[in-house]
Design a binder for this molecule. Structure first.
Ligand SMILES: NC(=O)c1ccc[n+]([C@@H]2O[C@H](COP(=O)([O-])OP(=O)(O)OC[C@H]3O[C@@H](n4cnc5c(N)ncnc54)[C@H](O)[C@@H]3O)[C@@H](O)[C@H]2O)c1
Length: 326
């Protein structure tokens, strides 16, 4: 779908990937971008720059995907929907019922509202979690679902629900399976923070970073702005009823990642290895070729450059937070 002159609803648009997608959308000749978010994890600060653009606003009647009547009203006249709202891996682990409600029933509400309001196209945020531990490398989209987590289960259900709505009601959609997304605006203060932030927290405190296991567990790290661009490619594309990996195809072990962070922060701390605790997946690198071929998406920010930007943003954000009046 062409973006020019169109109206978009970005559900979960105050969050990490959603807010960067809002920024990318505003670089295009779109008519309006409305953010729909209940702010349980999202932050209005993430939209500070976007909200200076008169084409962008927060849907202020409410913003919960569990409130289907409000969701319906927000979708009136909308051409394209990006659906980012979800509870994250560790929240789903602790609260499976909440995960079911938000990620599965909430996604059903989004799809139903899209059909009832004649939305022309949906981009659904899935996850590489659907694959679980890899049986071959790199993982392409035909890799079996070996997920063992509640989070992954909700993403598989979401994907299947998109497919069923397309086949039953003809709602065009594409689902994106993001690899490990990192970058500015990534949560580092809340209860559920990712590995990069945990390492940086230790370094900030002058402590050695801890790596669980031998550090050989490897992932595919993709910069958030690249991920946002993949969302726009998916909205622009003609293809429907398809799922795509969004990653770099480059494998980085946790040990390599930690070494890189030590280098970039000019730290002379040394890595402490500890017995592996709770690990969901040990090995996951996505094949980016299908997204390159069919969506025209290719990552552009290499890991060291992206990490540098993340560290700069984090320092800036920490300074602002500590100087805020209480
Ligand atoms: N960050 C990653 O590495 C990653 C990897 C794979 C998949 N994903 C998926 O991408 C999407 C975006 O992830 P993110 O990292 O930006 O997460 P995030 O938590 O920063 O963003 C999710 C947003 O959804 C909002 N939200 C949650 N429940 C809601 C509800 N009931 N109604 C309305 N809004 C609600 C939150 O307030 C938040 O702003 C999610 O679906 C996530 O599962 C993320």
């Amino acid at each position: 779908m062409e973006l020019k002159g169109k109206r978009f609803l970005v559900i979960g648009g105050a969050g990490f990937i959603g807010s960067h997608t809002v920024d990318e959308l505003l670089k295009e000749d779109v008519k309006e971008v409305i953010v729909y978010d209940n702010f349980c994890r999202g932050n209005p600060q993430n939209l500070q720059q976007a909200l200076q653009d008169p084409r962008c606003r927060i849907y202020d009647v409410g913003g919960d995907i569990l409130q289907s009547d409000i969701l319906q009203s927000a979708m009136k006249g909308i051409d394209g929907v990006f659906h980012f709202a979800a509870l994250w891996l560790l929240q789903c682990y602790e609260y499976p019922r909440a995960a079911f409600n938000v990620n599965i029933a909430g996604t059903f509400n989004v799809l139903e509202a899209c059909v009832q309001q004649n939305v022309k196209r949906l981009v659904f945020s899935s996850s590489a979690s659907v694959y679980g531990d890899a049986i071959c490398e790199p993982i392409d989209e035909s890799h079996p679902f070996r997920n063992t987590t509640f989070y992954g289960a909700t993403k598989i259900a979401g994907e299947q629900m998109c497919r069923a709505f397309y086949h039953r009601y003809g709602l065009p959609y594409v689902g994106l399976r993001y690899m490990n997304v990192y970058g500015p605006r990534q949560d580092y203060k809340g209860a559920y923070i990712a590995v990069i932030m945990k390492i940086l927290d230790r370094l900030d405190q002058g402590l050695d970073p801890i790596v669980y296991g031998d550090g050989s567990q490897s992932y595919d790290f993709i910069y958030v702005q690249d991920c946002a661009k993949a969302n726009l490619c998916a909205m622009k594309a003609q293809t429907t009823d398809e799922f795509y990996n969004v990653g770099t195809g480059i494998k980085t072990s946790i040990k390599e990642l930690t070494q890189l962070l030590l280098q970039l922060t000019s730290s002379n701390a040394s890595i402490q290895y500890k017995k592996a605790g709770l690990t969901f997946v040990k090995n996951r690198v996505g094949c980016p070729k299908k997204a390159q071929r069919e969506l025209g998406f290719r990552y552009s920010v290499p890991l060291p450059e992206g990490l540098k930007k993340l560290i700069q943003w984090r320092r800036q954000d920490q300074k602002q937070t500590t100087t805020l009046p209480s």
